[in-house]
Write a protein that binds this ligand. Structure first.
Ligand code: S3P
Length: 183
């Protein structure tokens, strides 16, 4: 079983994912760092050299490879679940958990960011609010939604573990109910 963390940039997927993995004794994989290490360059360099579409194609290919993993907490890049088909691909890889962070907290964290090409240049607030509005309905289709507002990494990690366990119990209970026989 894998846990797949989705959510906006700077919503804590990496730090919370690492904590959850440590507590469960799982491995941890960050899709951005994985792509960077396979290519030997940073995502910012990749965007600059080959454009966003190229990065999105690499992401879509990686989604298809994730279901080969087991006992891994996977932190995804903020745009990974957005392209059509990717969210279904992530569901095949594991239980999808949306870390729902407060947009004002996200804005604060991104203010000094120099690494993320989607938020460089122009009006940060406008960019973040626009992307957030577009993406929220997609993130919200996750199997489990965890509210991170005002919580510590430890607290959110505990909430993720508890809510995933509840979702799995509910799935198992639903699977054990006999299906009505069709006539
Ligand atoms: C992106 C988010 C980044 C990274 C890339 C694009 C996005 O990941 O994949 O810069 O489109 O939201 P984080 O969510 O880890 O910042």
């Amino acid at each position: 079983m894998n846990l797949v963390l989705v959510g906006f940039m700077a919503s804590g997927k990496t730090s919370i994912g690492r904590r959850v993995a440590r507590r469960l004794g799982y491995r941890f994989l960050d899709t951005d760092r994985f792509i960077e290490s396979e290519l030997g360059c940073s995502i910012a360099e990749l965007f600059a050299a080959k454009g966003e579409a190229h990065f999105r194609a690499l992401e879509a290919r990686l989604v298809q490879r994730l279901s080969a993993l087991s006992n891994t907490v996977i932190a995804t890049g903020g745009g990974m679940p957005i392209a059509p088909g990717n969210l279904d691909g992530l569901r095949k890889a594991g239980i999808v958990v949306f870390l729902n962070a407060d947009v004002e907290e996200i804005l604060q964290r991104l203010e000094r960011d120099t690494r993320r090409p989607k938020v460089q240049g122009g009006d940060l607030r406008e960019k973040v609010l626009g992307l957030h509005r577009e993406r929220l309905p997609i993130y919200s289709q996750a199997d489990v939604v965890v509210d991170t507002r005002g919580k510590t990494v430890n607290r959110v990690a505990g909430d993720v573990i508890r809510l995933v366990a509840e979702a799995m119990r509910a799935r198992e209970a639903a699977a054990s109910i006999p299906k009505p026989q069709s006539a």
